[in-house]
Design a protein around this ligand. Structure first.
Ligand code: GDP
Ligand code: ZN
Length: 314
C-alpha cells in the first residue's frame, strides 16, 4: 500500500494511505537509504510503501524518490544529518518588522538557502497592527525590494478577527493542495498563524509549543498538519533556515537571484564580488540596482564560507 508519512515520533511513523486511513508503521531493521547518512531514514513528506506482517504490524518497505528534502546537521564533526521533511512545495517565511525585528540578514540567508534547495518562498510580514507609520513605510520599502527580486510578499495580522483586510485567510488560497513549510524566528507568530488557519488543531499546536518551551520537545518529532481544503503545513520546530554547507563560494551568487544578471558581466567568471577589478555586481551596487542590505547579507554568507563556520549554521 502507498502512503504519505505525516508524522514521525522517533520509532513510529504515521502513514496516511490513499484511501485516507492512517496506519502507524515501523521501519524494517535493515532499512537503508543509498547516499544519505542520516539519523532517520524516513521523514515527514516521504511517500512510502507499507506491508503488514502476520502479527498485523505495518512496516515501511520502500521509499519513493524525493523531490527535495531539508536536513539538519547533527553536529559539526559528525557527517550525520537529520532529515526534517521532504517533498516541500513552498516555504512561508514569517517575518516581523518589529516585535521582534527580523533582520534582513536572516531573511536573505533563508532565501539563499531556499534557492539552493529550489524551494519557492513567500514572505509573510506579520503583526502589521503593531507598526508605527514610519515602520509601515519601512516595511513597504522592504516589500518593494523583495517583490522586485521576485518574491511574493503579504502583510497580515495573524491574530486578527474576521473584519480586518489583513486576516490570515489571505494566505489560504496559496496553501491549497501544497506542502508548505512554515519558518521564522521565534515570536513572529507562527503558532498564532497555524491556529488561525487550522482552528481544529488548536490544542495540539498549543501543547507542541508548550512542550518545546520546557525542553521536553525532541527534534526527532515533526509532523504535517492537514488543511481541510487540501494540502499540508509542515510544523517542524526549530527550522530557521536551510543548511548551506554544500554551497560552493562561487555558487553563492546564483542564490542571490538579482545578482545574476550582473555577475555574468564580471571580468572574471569566478568573481566573488568583493575586491576583483571589473566587478559588475559592485558597480550595480554603487548604482543602486542592488540593495546594500542584500549585498551585506551576501558578504556575511561569504564570510562564513571563508571561516568554515557555515557548517554549524542552520
Ligand atoms: P511563534 O514563536 O512564531 O510561534 O509566535 P507566537 O504565535 O507564539 O506569537 C508570539 C506572540 O505574538 C504571541 O503573544 C501572539 O499572540 C503575538 N502575535 C502573533 N501574531 C500577532 C499579530 O499579528 N499582532 C499582534 N499584535 N500580536 C501577534
Ligand atoms: Zn563580480
Amino acid at each position: 500500500m502507498r502512503g504519505l508519512v505525516i508524522k514521525n515520533t522517533g520509532s513510529w511513523y504515521s502513514v496516511k494511505t490513499e484511501n485516507g486511513q492512517i496506519i502507524e508503521s515501523k521501519i524494517k531493521g535493515n532499512f537503508r537509504l543509498k547516499g544519505i547518512r542520516s539519523t532517520n531514514p524516513i521523514a515527514v513528506g516521504d511517500y512510502v510503501k507499507i506491508i503488514t506482517n502476520q502479527e498485523g504490524t505495518a512496516f515501511i518497505s520502500e521509499i519513493e524518490d524525493r523531490r527535495n528534502y531539508i536536513i539538519r546537521k547533527s553536529s559539526n564533526l559528525s557527517k550525520q544529518s537529520h532529515i526534517l521533511a521532504s517533498n516541500i512545495d513552498q516555504a512561508f517565511l514569517i517575518v516581523t518588522t518589529n516585535y521582534p525585528e527580523t533582520s534582513t540578514t536572516f531573511i536573505d540567508r533563508f532565501l539563499a538557502g531556499a534557492e539552493a534547495y529550489r524551494i519557492p518562498v513567500i514572505l509573510v510580514f506579520n503583526k502589521i497592527d503593531l507598526l508605527s507609520q514610519d515602520e509601515l513605510h519601512y516595511q513597504k520599502a522592504m516589500i518593494n525590494l523583495y517583490e522586485n527580486i521576485g518574491y511574493k510578499c503579504f502583510e497580515i495580522q495573524a491574530n486578527a478577527k474576521e473584519a480586518t483586510p489583513f486576516n490570515s485567510n489571505l494566505l489560504k488560497p496559496l496553501l491549497k493542495n501544497k506542502v508548505t513549510l512554515l519558518s521564522g524566528n521565534s515570536g513572529v507568530g507562527k503558532s498564532t498563524l497555524i491556529n488561525a488557519l487550522l482552528p481544529h488543531i488548536k490544542l495540539r499546536t498549543a501543547s507542541i509549543s508548550n512542550a518545546h518551551n520546557t525542553g521536553i520537545h525532541t527534534t526527532t518529532f515533526s509532523e504535517m498538519l492537514e488543511i481541510p481544503e487540501g494540502g499540508y503545513i509542515i510544523d517542524t520546530p526549530g527550522i530557521k533556515g536551510f543548511g548551506t554547507f554544500d554551497i560552493e563560494k562561487t555558487e553563492l551568487t546564483s542564490y542571490f537571484k538579482e545578482f545574476f544578471k550582473f555577475s555574468k558581466h564580471c571580468r572574471f567568471s569566478n568573481c566573488t564580488h568583493t575586491h576583483e577589478p571589473g566587478c559588475a555586481v559592485r558597480k550595480a551596487l554603487e548604482e543602486h540596482y542592488i540593495a546594500e542590505s542584500r549585498y551585506n547579507s551576501y558578504l556575511s554568507m561569504l564570510e562564513d564560507k571563508n571561516e568554515d563556520k557555515y557548517r554549524a549554521a542552520f
